[in-house]
Design a protein around this ligand. Structure first.
Ligand code: GTR
Length: 327
């Protein structure tokens, strides 16, 4: 029987070949994956890179983004990229936590004090180290995008303290650290892929989930879950990753162009993200979602032992200390 990995890679390879077939002779249209819908800031940032590449190379290079999870779950797209079946994927650090331990640190609860702190750290040396770490497994880390702050939401009640989450099945991304975070927050964590969350809320397989407010809105989960509680427990950022093979197929000037455009796409994405976040908040409120503040000190205290456990690894501790020194 065909293994899952072979099936995933085969699917991606077919797609990449089809896309190349469409392009002009000598041109290279790169394929990219994203679980978010068209219009979501990460999708638009990668399209922006593609447009700028096309402009700068007389249409010899571009990017075709398969959005809305057309190529499957985030973890699977990372495999496809590693094996060169597609060129790029944009995923949350949650999808990378198990394979790339350094990505755990920026996902840890309350490691960042604010959006500004997260941006400073990801634009600086800590972010550069995380990106370099992707080289260990056939990837090129192109840039790090913001993801907004993750909070808990559910169909049942307003959450103020960890005790309020007792007995609630809360979806978390399939990552060991997010399962631990869910448990530390007081919930019964249920790992599922992003695409499964809406229907799982509808069918009561889960009571809630945790994410940033823009994903809560763009995935339409707010139609089902009416209690949004400001736990602000993780800023887990997003990475744009490229296959090393795909990168090496480019000439030196195109590699440099792509690296430059990827870093220029970060402020572009942030501009869209800031607007989207404000719009999402207004729109979920208008749809009847109740937003409440929480006892942040209680959530921070509840998750502190998990942070300490993870920091038993000296490399993670070093990255954590460097991030905290930028607070
Ligand atoms: C979003 C993130 C997605 C995906 C999703 C999830 O915030 O942008 O890439 O990881 O969370 O929870 O699965």
């Amino acid at each position: 029987m065909l293994s899952r990995r072979a099936a995933i890679v085969g699917l991606g390879a077919g797609l990449a070949a089809a896309t190349r077939g469409l392009a002009m002779p000598g041109s290279q249209v790169m394929t990219a994956a994203d679980v978010h819908v068209a219009g979501y800031p990460t999708v638009e940032a990668v399209r922006w890179i593609g447009r700028k590449m096309a402009e700068a190379t007389g249409d010899r290079h571009g990017i075709r983004v398969y959005h809305a999870g057309q190529l499957g779950r985030e973890q699977d797209t990372v495999e496809m990229v590693r094996f060169g079946a597609i060129d790029l994927t944009r995923v949350n650090f949650a999808a990378l936590n198990n394979a790339f331990p350094l990505t755990q640190v920026p996902a840890l609860p309350y490691v960042f004090d604010s959006v500004e702190h997260m941006r400073r750290a990801m634009d600086g040396d800590p972010g550069r180290r995380v990106l370099e770490g992707f080289a260990s497994r056939g990837l090129v880390g192109l840039c790090i995008y913001d993801s907004g702050v993750r909070c808990v939401y559910n169909v049942r009640r307003a959450i103020h303290t960890p005790a309020d989450l007792a007995g609630l099945k809360i979806r978390v991304p399939p990552s060991d650290i997010f399962i631990e975070i869910g448990r530390a927050l007081g919930a019964n964590p249920t790992p599922l892929s992003f695409g499964e969350v809406y229907s799982s809320l509808q069918t009561h397989l889960i009571d809630g989930a945790e994410n940033n407010i823009h994903s809560f809105r763009s995935s339409r989960q707010f139609e089902v879950a009416k209690h949004w509680s400001e736990t602000r427990h993780s800023y887990s950022p997003e990475a744009l990753l490229m296959s090393r093979r795909g990168f090496e197929r480019l000439g030196r000037p195109e590699q440099e162009l792509l690296l430059r455009l990827a870093s220029e796409s970060v402020p572009y994405m942030r501009g869209l993200g800031d607007v989207a976040e404000a719009e999402s908040r207004a729109s979920v409120l208008a749809a009847g979602v109740q937003i409440n503040e929480t006892d942040l000190a209680a959530f921070e205290a509840a998750t502190a032992p998990l942070v300490e456990r993870r920091l038993g690894n000296p490399d993670l501790r070093h990255l954590y200390d460097d991030i905290r020194s930028l607070a």
